[in-house]
Design a protein around this ligand. Structure first.
Ligand code: ADP
Length: 380
């Protein structure tokens, strides 16, 4: 078993993708050339990538992709905000389009009428979008793009956090990796090391003029990598992508109480998971009803978190398939690009996958890991 796990890790490391079945159930990859029962199955996208698994563990929960889409996550957060407004104030106010267009317009009109000097900004995110695709900022409901051709566009429109914490005058966000080891009992592991992704244009609070400056407002790597200012760095504490620990050290050196920041982040993660657990359990029971042979599930999630200027963490989104790429494209000669290792990605992501495998290894009773555990019962 140990060798198969190590092999599994090295395969994952090289292909940075998946283990047995990958993107579609019609084209599974079986490196051994046969379908042998496994202790761990590593799917590329969703639980259903490889059907008919009756034992072992799968790295995806049924329903997770759907639950974490922007609209569904916003609905789950809203439900919790209605029940526990103070506990769930880490999620920005959001409206679902097209169905809540009228409420959104009416509320903004009311705010503006009450105080003519305020002009709040909103960020619009297409429901199935990722990597900043299709995202734009608006200051008036009339600027919403409500249709794609003849179809109404499904999206979330959200209060824009206009006072983020800046480092080197740049906006940045945190990518935190979280392992859901089990739903019942709920066991959550939070990786101690994460990534921070920096904008490439100095931040200014939104104005009508700068709304379209994506390098100033959006922290996505996939967007900023195209800016002439993007810095690929070998160091973990400089450049456009840095480790979370390097950023926390820097804040600590300025006198910030980073223990407090970290405990607020942990609370945000746990509360967010709690918000989606009831529906996840329904999906689980539908796909693997009690008594039916099936695998158990675990999943690595990518939490995107923004720190506000007052150091309060805000949840932006939760990614059900966080990228595990450990290299980036680089132009090695004019017009010739190559994939080269990215030390900061490698440092963080290899650690996350290694610890996940240690935690999920059924024979490893006392794994040593660099993750913090949170559980409804004593662990390990
Ligand atoms: P995507 O899945 O397309 O990356 P996100 O929700 O992560 O969508 O948003 C993309 C980027 O936009 C974030 O990384 C962040 O920089 C910025 N962003 C998203 N929501 C907000 C918000 N409410 N306030 C301020 N900035 C935001």
């Amino acid at each position: 078993m140990v060798t198969s796990l190590f092999w599994f890790l090295s395969l994952l490391y090289k292909s940075n993708n998946s283990y047995f079945s990958t993107r579609s159930s019609s084209s599974p990859q079986f490196p051994l050339g046969r379908r042998a029962a496994c202790d761990i199955y590593w799917h590329g996208v969703s639980f259903h990538d490889n059907e008919n698994i009756v034992s072992g563990q799968v790295n995806k929960f049924p329903g997770m992709v759907e639950m974490l889409r922007k609209i569904n996550l916003s609905r789950a957060m809203r439900t919790m905000q209605e029940l526990f407004p103070e506990e769930y104030d880490f999620y920005p106010r959001s409206w679902i389009l097209p169905e809540e267009y009228q409420q959104f317009s009416a509320q903004i009109r009311m705010v503006k009428e009450r105080d003519t000097t305020v002009s709040p900004t909103f960020i619009v995110k297409p429901d199935g979008g990722s990597q900043g695709d299709g995202i734009y900022l608006i200051r008036d409901p009339s600027d919403l793009k409500l249709m794609v051709g003849a179809q109404p566009k499904q999206a979330v429109v959200q209060e824009y956090i206009h006072k983020p914490l800046l480092i080197d005058k740049l906006k940045f966000d945190i990518r935190l990796y979280v392992l859901i080891k089990s739903l019942e009992p709920l066991e959550i592991y939070i990786a101690k090391e994460g990534l921070t992704r920096f904008c490439t244009e100095p931040y200014q609070e939104p104005t009508q003029k700068n709304l379209s400056h994506v390098f100033m407002h959006l922290t996505n790597y996939s967007l900023n990598v195209h800016s002439g200012n993007f810095v690929h760095s070998d160091s973990q504490s400089t450049g456009s992508k840095r480790t979370l620990s390097s950023v926390l050290y820097r804040l600590a050196a300025k006198g910030v109480d980073i223990k407090r920041v970290w405990s607020d982040i942990i609370a945000l993660v746990i509360k967010s998971v709690i918000a989606v657990v009831p529906e996840l359990k329904l999906h689980y029971q539908a796909d693997i009803p009690p008594g039916k042979p099936g695998p158990t599930c675990f999943q690595i999630l990518g939490f995107d978190i923004l720190l506000m200027k007052n150091l309060k963490p805000v949840l932006l989104e939760v990614n059900s398939n966080p990228s595990m790429r450990i290299e980036h494209e680089q132009e090695v000669a004019p017009g010739v690009s190559e994939y080269v290792p990215s030390p900061v990605d490698e440092h963080v992501k290899v650690g996350v996958i290694r610890d996940t495998l240690r935690l999920m290894d059924p024979f490893n009773k006392k794994p040593t890991v660099n993750m913090i555990s949170h559980s409804t019962q004593p662990l390990l």
